[in-house]
Design a protein around this ligand. Structure first.
Ligand code: NAP
Ligand code: ZN
Ligand code: ZN
Length: 361
């Protein structure tokens, strides 16, 4: 059965075989009158895709198609949609595809913190259908989570903004990143490199923290004012006592991060915010000594409204994230996941050429 009953994607059959994804077909979610169908043109490859296919967080569904940085073209609009989307519009979808839309959190623009959060893939809807992501021909999503893409941002550069970008923009924005603030970004990967770009565009003085020295030149080219290779600079924290207002931890694991050193680098009232979602067994290691006056918390994604705001900022300031493209397909997805696992990407993969892998009528 072709679209609209069935979608085609590049899926992982089991966590043991994540290196050899396969072309799969699967039934589409039932069409809700407020759903929009998107024919996909580009999809970013997020660290969360890798955690998911490796089974770091929870078991995966059969024929798991990941990918939640989706840009494509509207091909169907439900009869009760009222957001004004039309067939042919270029739109995006990030890592969240549903929330209750009526609780206090949703009404306050905190949809990612809603108890009824449905993620773009590997999460059941109320009817038991388990969501499937964007390494695929199509995705079907509630209109509230569909975002218009500004004309000036090419699809391959827009896609990673929809999860990675918003995940760092939201906590920067909500925690006062701006002119006169000293902001540290820890872990210079997909999320971290975008955080450096955005923090700089927001006017902050930026410290890039990476484990080694090999990203120094890149980080400075991204706009960082300072670079610290934490594993190669014993005592790096002694220079930074009581200096930083905000630290955003963007790493995919906390195993090589000495959080206590960041705590002593904070000003009173300073905030350490992590967006890292590591393997399930990892624990936050933090000494209670020295925590006085410092806030520590986690942050999740950002609201659809904040995604629109981020896209407007990127368009207005002409911010260019660093992307390598690969063709979607069994071999492109395999290469993207394996190279991301090795940290061999500068700094985000976006899968492209969807029209070749999933021919259109
Ligand atoms: N909270 C949310 O809503 C949300 C949303 C999206 C993603 N995430 C999570 O954010 C994390 C980063 O995603 P990403 O796409 O940016 O991944 P990524 O491109 O793989 O970058 C991760 C970076 O983490 C650092 N790192 C890797 N292994 C480490 C270790 N053992 N100890 C310390 N640092 C390590 C590396 O930076 P250096 O080489 O510079 O040290 C690496 O470049 C993932 O855990 C992902 O699941 C969370
Ligand atoms: Zn993501
Ligand atoms: Zn809600």
């Amino acid at each position: 059965m072709p679209y609209p009953e069935e979608f085609t994607g590049i899926g992982v059959i089991s966590t043991d075989s994540w290196r050899t994804p396969q072309r799969v077909t699967y039934p589409a979610k039932s069409f809700d009158p407020r759903d929009i169908d998107i024919q996909i043109d580009a999809c970013g490859v997020c660290g969360s895709d890798l955690h998911t296919v490796q089974g770091h967080w929870r078991p995966i569904r059969d024929k798991m198609v990941v990918g939640h940085e989706i840009v494509g073209t509207v091909v169907a609009v439900g009869s009760q949609c009222n957001s004004g989307f039309k067939i042919g519009d270029r739109v995006g979808v990030g890592a969240q595809v549903l929330s209750c839309l009526e609780c206090e959190r949703c009404e306050e623009g905190n949809e990612p913190y809603c108890a009824k959060f449905v993620s773009c893939y590997n999460r059941p809807y109320d009817d038991g259908y388990v969501s499937q992501g964007g390494y695929a021909s199509h995705v079907r999503v509630h209109e509230h989570f569909v975002i218009p893409i500004p004309e000036s941002i090419p699809s391959e550069l827009a896609a990673p903004l929809l999860c990675g970008g918003i995940t760092v923009y939201s906590p920067l924005r909500r925690n006062g990143c701006g002119t006169g603030k000293r902001v540290g970004i820890v872990g210079i990967g997909g999320l971290g490199h975008m955080a450096v770009l955005f923090a700089k565009a927001m006017g902050a003085e930026v410290w890039a923290f990476s484990r080694r020295n090999n990203k120094r030149e890149d980080a400075l080219n991204l706009g960082a004012d300072h670079y610290i290779a934490t594993s190669e600079t014993p005592g790096w924290d002694s220079e930074l006592k009581s200096k930083l207002d905000l630290v955003l931890v963007c790493a995919s694991s906390l195993s090589d991060i000495e959080l206590d050193k960041y705590v002593s680098s904070m000003r009173v009232g300073g905030k350490i915010i992590s967006v890292c979602i590591p393997e399930k067994h990892e624990k936050l290691s933090l000494s209670a000594f020295g925590l006085a006056g410092v806030h520590v918390s986690n942050s999740a994604l950002g609201s659809p409204e904040e995604i629109r705001e981020l896209l407007a900022l990127v368009a207005e300031k002409g911010i260019k994230i660093w992307v390598e493209t690969l063709p979607v397909g069994e071999s492109g997805v395999s290469e993207a996941l394996q190279r991301l696992d090795k940290g061999d990407v500068r700094y985000r993969f976006t899968l492209v050429d969807f029209d070749k892998e999933f021919p259109r009528d």
